[in-house]
Ligand binder design. Sequence first.
Ligand SMILES: Cc1ncc(COP(=O)(O)O)c(C=O)c1O
Length: 285
Amino acid sequence: MEYVILDGEILNRKEAKIDIEDRGYQFGDGVYEVIRVYNGTMFTRNEHLHRLIESAEKIGMKLPYTLEEMGQQLEELVEQNKLRLGTVYLQFTRGVSPRGHAFPSSNVPLTYVAYTRTVPRPASDMETGVKTITNEDIRWLRCDIKSLNLLGNLLAKQKAKEAGCFEAIGYRDDIVTEGSLSNISIVKNGKVITHPANHFILNGITRQQVLQLCHNNGIPFEEKTFTLHDLFQADEIFLTGTTVEVMPIVEVDGKAVGAGKPGSTTKRLQQLFKQEIINQCGGLE
Ligand SMILES: Cc1ncc(COP(=O)(O)O)c(C=O)c1O
């Protein structure tokens, strides 16, 4: 039996129904998170829940639960679903109300949904590296908010898929921003460079973990913008994200990156990240 959370209650999936006038369904008016589960334990759970609370505040939504309450409920869900390796998805929308752009009154309860999925680690892609395309970033100017409105991301990912690629690397004017579901870093002369955490990107939890690993292990890094030219001149490029972990990029727009295979800094960060998962979750599977 598979369980989900609806408005703070754990239910059988079949019993969980959402109203057609839910603002998440009608407008994408809400926020979400995806948390990785390894060895039955949520990885960086509090960091994700903290970002969820922040995303909600940025769109004028006050979540009805504390971080600790949500953490506990999600742990129960993981346990009831006997999830070992996968993801927890959770979202809050601005509730159910007759369709209208302005917010409903503040006593309309938010709709809260969470569920789990079994998802393997992307082991073979992490070993070989993936191909990518570049793509103009046409999204709105608050990409720091993990909003349910993902059309710009979906169009980018679909374009990558149609090109036989794993991810689309976004750029605005000449500046590389992020992927459709991941952050991007380049390595030049041994230094990791990634876009600063501002309104143009989501400040990925994996990105933050990787920068912390760089800091702790003496790997030079800098949060600064870089151009498409820098991207094509990079020695190495990698993606970071909850589902992609540290993913080497070996091709951009049909051109090989560096030697055309995962580079040494990327591989080192993959190892360090793997160790961090084991430290925090007690295992990888
Ligand atoms: C647009 C975008 N950027 C970056 C990320 C990576 O964030 P995180 O490492 O927190 O998963 C995601 C993850 O879903 C994303 O959707």
